[in-house]
Design a protein around this ligand. Structure first.
Ligand SMILES: [Zn+2]
Length: 469
């Protein structure tokens, strides 16, 4: 009961409609100063880095930036609870039985997706885990009434279907593994595994009557094709309001297609394991709004200099304002982001994320039983982020059933090709693809960068996927 009261208080603090930009800014400033002071007090790593800085007055740009490899190299010193050890955590996430369990009885654990090259471990406390759902309640969905609208959910719980590859410690799945029990009267979640037979998933979906569907783009598109071809009838049932893409880029064409076949709004959320509540879908159109009271996103150029809204940067610096256990402050992420230069027509005072183009990918596919089927990048990632010695990787399709993983070890560490093969093939088997799949692993000292200076983590050197239909 106490948990529920705390949750409702959190909800009220998130509910954005009466907040203007100056209130949001004041909240952000307050949380930033508290985070800096806390990190300096409880994290040996940040204490050293912040030495000599006046943390109550310095500007954000006075603070040093942090790379993922630095964070992982100094992990035990970065975290603010001295009992947390990277070696223990690594063993914890390697055991699937731990999914949904709290590490040290207190902390939710996930890997970041590894789509940024090296995998990372993230720990967060119960409040931070619950925030994911509070933000979804308060901001991710369109609410008609302005006063305590979520209380109406007691009588009419929200129904959300979540499409993932397999249960695992990757961020979107692990968030749901830690779904708070006290929310079950208000929020019904149906978890579907995309590799299960489509007909069975469709039956489950139709019976569940979801209002919201969340998943990665290629899974959403696969369900869209079923609907378009008359094998699913969610549109006719009329329950579906919103479809949210997470974790993979959704092309405009694919977004239009989904809106057309489902007659539901499509939003595209930009978030990452280091900050699952970075943005919430716009209630008026495509795209998302930065939760600027919960996180700071600096869009910068190659030299780390800020670029103005309306201009695409070459990376972003993330500051997570709510995770005290593992402070993430000015953390570099390799995404090309453009913030909108004009206010959003939905009226939200939260900044609008206009475009994220860092996560482009070539599609991977495979031919089974004479049909081409997409192989989501996640199949590889969900294996690869068990390999903490991995600094950088590239997945390349080289033939109709041939895939190659080029892997670069973290400096001074050894990578085992056998281990990579084993963890990836486990996922491939879970997808039922092992008989149509040739995998080659190559350990290399570096991977050539593309013309933009970025590494293409997914490449199709064989042939573009032609959609069936
Ligand atoms: Zn908007």
């Amino acid at each position: 009961m106490l948990d529920l009261v705390r949750f409702v208080v959190t909800l009220q603090s998130l509910y954005p409609f009466w907040k203007d930009a100056s209130q949001i800014e004041a909240k952000r400033e307050e949380r930033l100063r508290a985070l800096l002071a806390y990190a300096a007090r409880h994290s040996p790593f940040y204490r050293r880095r912040f030495a000599g800085l006046d943390l109550a007055r310095c500007t954000l740009t006075d603070l040093p930036t942090l790379t993922k490899s630095e964070m992982m190299a100094h992990y035990d010193d970065v975290v603010t609870d001295r009992r947390i050890k990277k070696a223990d955590l690594s063993a914890f996430v390697d055991d699937p039985r731990n999914l949904g369990r709290l590490y040290l009885g207190r902390y939710g654990v996930s890997h970041t997706s590894g789509s940024q090259g090296q995998p990372a471990l993230i720990v967060q406390d119960r409040d931070a885990l619950n925030l994911v759902f509070a933000v979804q309640f308060a901001r991710g969905t369109k609410l008609k009434r302005r006063f305590l609208p979520h209380l109406g959910r007691i009588l009419n719980p929200a129904r959300m279907a979540v499409l993932t590859v397999q249960p695992g410690f990757y961020p979107s799945a692990s968030a749901f593994a830690y779904f708070p029990k006290f929310l079950t009267p208000f929020f019904k979640v149906l978890h579907l595994t995309v590799s299960d037979p489509m007909a069975r998933n469709i039956r489950k979906l139709e019976r569940f009557r979801p209002e919201f569907i969340t998943g990665y783009a290629s899974a959403l598109e696969a369900f869209g094709r079923e609907e378009a071809e008359g094998r699913m009838r969610l549109r006719e049932i009329g329950c579906l309001q919103q479809i949210t893409n997470v974790a993979e880029p959704l092309s405009n064409e694919a977004g239009d297609f989904l809106e057309r076949v489902f007659a539901a709004r499509v939003t595209d959320e930009y978030a990452m394991g280091e900050c699952l509540v970075l943005s919430s879908g716009c209630v008026a159109g495509r795209g998302s709004h930065l939760n600027a009271d919960l996180a700071i996103l600096e869009v910068v150029d190659d030299q780390g200099q800020p670029v103005p809204p309306g201009t695409e940067g070459s990376k972003v610096l993330l500051t997570n304002l709510y995770n005290r256990v593992q402070p993430i402050i000015r953390y570099e992420i390799d995404d090309r982001v453009m913030m909108s230069a004009s206010p959003c027509r939905c009226g939200s005072p939260l900044p609008r994320i206009e475009k994220v183009s860092g996560r482009t990918k070539d599609r991977l596919w495979i031919e089974t039983g004479g049909k081409r089927r997409e192989v989501p990048y996640y199949v590889f990632l969900s294996g690869l982020h068990h390999v903490l010695e991995l600094a950088e990787h590239q997945v390349v399709q080289t033939g109709p059933r041939n895939f190659e993983i080029r892997a670069v070890p973290v400096s001074g560490q050894q990578l085992s090709a056998d281990r990579i093969r084993q963890v990836v093939m486990e996922q491939v088997k879970a997808e039922g693809l092992e008989n149509a799949f040739d995998l080659k692993i190559e350990i290399v000292p570096e991977i050539a960068r593309g013309p933009s200076g970025k590494i293409a983590r997914v490449k199709n050197e064989y042939a573009t996927m032609v959609p069936e239909d």
